[in-house]
Design a protein around this ligand. Sequence first.
Ligand code: SF4
Length: 355
Amino acid sequence: MPHQNTTTVLKNLARPLLIWYSAHRRSYPWREEATPYRVWISEVMLQQTSIETALPYFQRFIAALPDIRALADADDDRILKLWEGLGYYSRVRNLRKAARMILQDFGSQLPPKYDELLRLPGVGEYTAGALASIAFGEKVPAVDGNVLRVMARLLNDSGDITDSSVKKRLKEAVLSMLPEENPGDFNQALMELGETVCVPRTVPHCAECPFSGCCAAHRSGCAELLPVRAPKKERRVVKRTVLVILSEGCVLLHRRSGRGLLAGMWELPGVDGWIRPSQALEEAVRLGARIKAEPEILKEGRHLFSHIEWKMKGIGLRAAYFEAPPGFVWADAGAIREQYALPSAFKPFEKNLPK
Ligand code: SF4
């Protein structure tokens, strides 16, 4: 809990922050038309990507699935295609799961209360706080990485922000700042301040900050050293061989299993480990292929997931047409563009796909 005097100081910061926000607020489609559904979709997208990247995805998603019912009715390929390239595909599946729950349990409307929002699949404390405050005006904090950074600097708190007790005390400090009116604007202002002024990994722009008069880290000249964050665990490296099997203008795709990494996603078939071209050929024959030419070694690639790194070697194989085995499909350029979502992990092999 912040000290009594600190609480008073913090409470008085809401006003200058909101004044700063009204002058610097950036315009986004989910702000200009802030319906609960639009705010929800944007918040889930923005958890994993920058605003610039999310913008076209947001527009496309809303155009294709304009409301909760459309989202609830959409099939797997549709939602995955709309999310293609954003990663963290379980998030879009959770969105649909939540949409179905909203239709069933909440009278087809997003529930307006923080505690009820937390019951929806994929909605954690941050998303529930953002939605409840921005879309419904509830006085609850929405604490993301930007807010943690601003608060750690404002209070000169050198605790590790990945530690839940540190997060809890910074969240309590935000709560003590939250105004009765416009808590949603306040939360957005704090996040925006972190994105544009109290920037990470460098010297923040304190001269432009509405908190500069009372910011403890700014006063002690150590702002760029904060926040403290425990180093992330090294990613586990997985070697993988990717097979690009082509036939008559199509490429063979495989649906991954419903569990684990890229669960249920389409992929270029492959095996863990680096195998020789002759073994790749055997693998393709096992799938039913009659190979027409020598295997071709393709460019290598890598992809970083949150806990795993794939180091990929690609092998291209040209085959006479054969029936795709169960769990596989043939996809031409149009189907890859319109129908099957291929995760960005396979981007290194993009130029080997049918055009
Ligand atoms: Fe961040 Fe500087 Fe503002 Fe403090 S004064 S919150 S360090 S930008």
